[in-house]
Write a protein that binds this ligand. Sequence first.
Ligand SMILES: [Zn+2]
Length: 285
Amino acid sequence: MIQWCTGSEMLARARAEGYAVGAFSAHNAEMVQAILWAAAEERAPVMIQVGQRAIRYMGMEPMMRMIEAFGREVDATVAVHLDHGNGFGQAMQAIRLGFQSVMYDGSHLPIEENIAITRKVAEAAHAVGVSVEGEIGVIGGTEDDITVDEEEARLTRVEEAVRFAEETGVDSLAVAIGTAHGFYKGEPKLHFDRLDDIRRAVGLPLVLHGGSGVPDDQIRRAISLGIAKINVDTELRQAFTDAARGVWSDDPEQYHVAVALGAAREAVKRKVQEKIRLFGSSGKA
Ligand SMILES: [Zn+2]
């Protein structure tokens, strides 16, 4: 049986004990199973993220029901989390479906609007015991061609983070410290000085988006500086795709979907376990 856990409870403990919870994005049934099995084997608390693509592809309710159904035979501590929620309505829909945690991403809006909507989400979510993640600063994509000055401008500013945390009441905060969504062309350089300043000024667990491809030593250092949740999406999709493609290129006439997708599922499970160990959350469930 799944032990459901709120996001805030999971992340508060991670921050206090100096590890990070892996927040793994699932896009289909095999990925849900892989994340659950990895969590159970590692005895690690995990967040299963349902993001905008998975919602368009599978639907929010089918994703939640799959997690519940597969979770019946798995001993794992789980929070289901809405990733990059696009509005108040979507956050409410996730809460009604039983999510333990929701993100509202208003980082593209002027800060006043971001604060106003995030606060509304937080008030409604907290009334029913659901946790909320907000974002301040801009975490772009690796495909964005930006200059050093532009990158500097996108980083989360300490005063804005303080104001955002106080005025919205969020439980965790996604910060822009130089990571980006997708694959990096070169090696990413995290702005640890900025992260350290934010951590000292804001008491909340901090969230790292765009963690795929960030070298392990930078991940460990980020955790030591207050990062308590790390999103992993791109690397899981890569593991899944490469494994399935491997089966099909070895045997183009392999028409039993369970063979290729089973190999993909196994590859995702291994990747999730690798991340759980890197994040230090193994044995923390
Ligand atoms: Zn993200």
